[in-house]
Design a binder for this molecule. Structure first.
Ligand code: 1CP
Length: 348
């Protein structure tokens, strides 16, 4: 008979267990800091095509697992596959990041077709199926999507490196119009996540990377409520699949986010004091985070101190180790291995 320790450690935290050492994965654990990623990326000119190539996408998902033995793998894809699947023009330009044909009126919104999404994203489900067969049996498989506000920001602005000013203005000046866009995204994202679970995703994460750009009122309306609706829809179809929210830079509104959305876990950015999170976020919610990604660039004593503080502050709670935001390309790969050893108590 299976005892609790035979279950994957990342899944055990969602059963309420304070696993020690905690399970570890890192946002953007696949990516440009790894030379073996850059080698594959160099052969595929279009980033979206890369996301839609199950062999290449599964290979780069596996690369960091071979080096570091993470407890979870996150499927290689991007949050902007949703606007692409809805019919918006999306491209990734070298040195510039994502570029989209902006949607700023109801008429421009009318090109979006929710009914295309599930089928258009079949390659991502294929990647998940390959990964379910190929990841080690102790490793959990994570599926993901961007949360509606964060995806809408890129759809409206047409590019990254903004604070979502146009999107926020639109949401204030014509809330009914903006809510139409959010409704489309709630539906498309829910269907996409449900298909990911059917293809083998064991845990889901919703990235709301730009949650912290909003006022309190807009945070409730554009972050909490859409995340809540997605959790409700996905849970109805896939009961038992843990869902992690990531309202990045949500600050003091994070406990309210957890309570109202009903997420099973919350990923915390590096500005959140973990002792405060332990005291203020419901015990039923797994905490995840929140090492500053700059500490992985710097390494050494500063990194070790950051790790030790996190472990100390979370030892009584079901917790998964992660960063406050994704690994940056300048990160020396050996620092990631040193961090893993430190977290697992394999170095002094
Ligand atoms: O040139 C390259 O190789 C492209 C770099 C890259 C990568 C590796 C992009 C472009 N996306 C990804 C993969 C990716 N994106 C993953 C894969 C799995 C993993 O973590 O290993 C995930 C989960 C994402 C999610 C994502 N994409 C988010 C949410 C998380 C976050 O970082 O805040 C966001 C905001 C994006 C948009 C995006 N995609 C790529 C870039 C450069 C950006 C950011 C654009 C910007 O705002 O400047």
């Amino acid at each position: 008979m299976a005892d609790s320790t035979s279950k994957k450690s990342f899944l055990r935290v969602f059963d309420g267990e304070a696993v020690s050492p905690p399970p570890i994965w890192m946002m953007r654990q696949a990516g440009r800091y790894l030379p073996e990623y850059r080698a594959i990326r160099a052969n595929i000119p279009s980033f979206l095509e890369f996301c839609y190539s199950p062999d290449a996408a599964s290979e780069v998902t596996l690369q960091p697992l071979r080096r570091y033995n993470f407890d979870a793998a996150i499927v290689f894809a991007d949050i902007l596959v949703i606007p692409d699947a809805l019919g918006q023009e999306v491209a990734f330009k070298e040195g510039e990041g994502p570029v989209l044909e902006p949607i700023r009126t109801l008429e421009e919104m009318s090109i979006l077709d929710v009914d295309r999404v599930e089928e258009a994203l079949t390659p991502v489900y294929e990647t998940l199926k390959i990964l379910s067969r190929e990841i080690p049996e102790t490793t959990s498989l994570i599926g993901f999507a961007g949360a509606p506000w964060t995806v809408a920001l890129y759809m409206v602005e047409g590019r990254g490196k903004t604070e979502g000013e146009r999107a926020r203005d639109w949401a204030y000046s014509a809330p009914q119009e903006f809510h139409k866009l959010i409704d489309i995204l709630v539906e498309a994202t829910s269907r996409y996540l449900i298909q990911q679970v059917k293809a083998g995703a064991e845990v889901l994460q919703l990235f709301d990377s730009w949650a912290g750009a909003l006022s309190v009122e807009q945070f409730r309306e554009l972050v909490i409520e859409p995340n809540r609706r997605i959790v409700e829809k996905v849970r109805a179809a896939c009961p038992g699949t843990p869902i992690i929210g990531f309202p990045r830079n949500g600050g003091v509104l994070i406990p309210e986010f957890v309570e109202k959305t009903g997420v099973d876990g919350v990923s915390l950015d590096h500005s959140v004091p973990l002792d405060w999170a332990v005291d203020n976020i419901s015990d039923n919610c797994v905490l995840q985070g929140n090492l500053d990604n700059r500490l992985l660039v710097v390494g050494g004593d500063a990194m070790n101190r950051g790790i030790d503080t996190i472990l100390e502050q979370t030892k009584s709670r079901p917790f998964a180790f992660n960063l406050g935001h994704g690994i940056v390309p300048q990160t020396p790969p050996e620092h990631v291995g040193q961090a893993m050893d430190r977290i697992r108590g394999l170095s002094s």
